[in-house]
Write a new protein. Structure first.
Length: 384
């Protein structure tokens, strides 16, 4: 289990699962696997979705629960627990959202692909920290803290985009019931230190499932139930739940989602025939993220420190910006949602996410390695 809690191994599993999905989709068994992905399962008349949507809307809600628990901790006791601490990564995150959108729209123009503008705004926390762990031995802890805060803020933006842009046929009554269920869940989670704890755990699991069902039926994207439950749960029980779920999220849920999302047949066309959605994402993730995060981060460090030399150099911020371009999980989800009714655009957007994230991964590996070497040499040269 410790391997699945590490920073490196889950990133390797995620990348391997996505590569396997691409290989399978373009193999002789690709059509059979795709047909299985579109098989309907569930309770007719209540909740009935394809197998792919169970992974995307159901299992991924657990991932968002874990992310929300981490967010809650950082906002209350961690690196974002004050406005001053949150200011610098918030400015960098804003640059890392606005610039990729601008790059994407510059490429997509007014075509149908322009609806995909939210896709390159996300940063995959697990993947980015995994690359940092592999290549960043010797880097100052400030870079990891900066990147973690940045990625968490990016997740907030992604969650808002999902909530606002991809809600259809909203049923306010069911949404109110879902909210009430989350409130009851939060209240009961604060009663865990009693002899009835085993019973309460069962009740909380049932309430969590009910909140998910009500959210799904209300028309709001069901993964947001995971976010609401993670934020509402009392901190200590939530951290224990996160610890228990982390190996399952890293070892099963995220690889399954990556495999499912990457089941894309590579178009047999020339590069000039590929959609602007592909090219926009392919450029926006590595280029937009790196420019936006590094420039906005450089400005934020000078604003926040008021003339004091910043603890991160511009070269450090370039490395963090390259890491921020690894969109992966949330970007793949946004691709699925943005082009849900246009399979061709969705597939090309997915390829753009995979390609852009891979370029960012390689670029980040090089830059992080160079910065780590620089900081190690500096540490050796410091006189004792």
């Amino acid at each position: 289990m410790s391997l699945l809690r590490s920073a490196r191994f889950p990133a390797v599993m995620l990348l391997s699962a996505a590569a396997l999905g691409l290989i399978v989709a373009n193999s002789p068994i690709g059509s059979a696997v795709d047909a299985a992905k579109h098989t309907y399962l569930g309770i007719p008349g209540v909740v009935e979705m394809t197998l792919g949507h169970w992974v995307q809307d159901g299992l991924l809600a657990v991932f968002f629960f874990v992310v929300a628990v981490e967010l809650q901790f950082e906002l209350t006791a961690g690196e974002l627990n004050s406005a001053r601490k949150a200011l610098q990564p918030a400015i960098a995150a804003a640059g890392g959202v606005v610039t990729p959108i601008a790059v994407f729209l510059l490429v997509a123009g007014s075509s149908d692909a322009s609806r995909g503008w939210p896709i390159p705004t996300a940063t995959d926390i697990a993947f980015a920290l995994g690359v940092l762990a592999v290549f960043g031995r010797g880097l100052p802890s400030g870079i990891r803290i900066f990147l973690l805060a940045l990625a968490i803020l990016d997740d907030i933006v992604g969650i808002v985009f999902i909530a606002v842009l991809f809600t259809s046929d909203l049923n306010l009554g069911l949404l109110a019931l879902a909210a009430l269920t989350v409130v009851i869940f939060g209240v009961l989670s604060r009663r865990m230190d009693t002899p009835a704890r085993p019973l309460l755990i069962g009740v909380l699991v049932a309430l969590g499932i009910l909140a998910w069902v009500l959210t799904y039926l209300s028309g709001v994207h069901a993964t947001l139930a995971g976010v609401a439950l993670g934020l509402a749960m009392a901190q200590q029980p939530a951290l224990r739940a996160r610890h228990s779920l982390e190996p399952w999220v890293n070892g099963l849920i995220l690889p399954l989602f990556a495999f499912s999302a990457a089941l894309v047949v590579i178009p047999q066309v020339t590069p000039t025939q590929l959609s602007p959605a592909f090219w926009g994402i392919l450029l926006a993730l590595p280029v937009g993220k790196m420019i936006g995060i590094s420039v906005a981060g450089w400005l934020s460090l000078r604003i926040g420190n008021r003339g004091v030399a910043p603890h991160l150099s511009f070269a450090d911020l370039l490395a963090a910006g390259a890491l921020g371009g690894i969109g992966f999980t949330v970007s793949l989800l946004l691709s699925e949602l943005a082009f849900a009714d246009e399979p061709l655009l969705r597939d090309e957007a997915t390829l753009g996410v995979l390609g852009g994230s891979m370029i960012s991964l390689v670029l980040a590996g090089v830059l992080v390695s160079l910065r780590a070497r620089h900081h190690r040499h500096q540490a050796i040269e410091v006189p004792r």
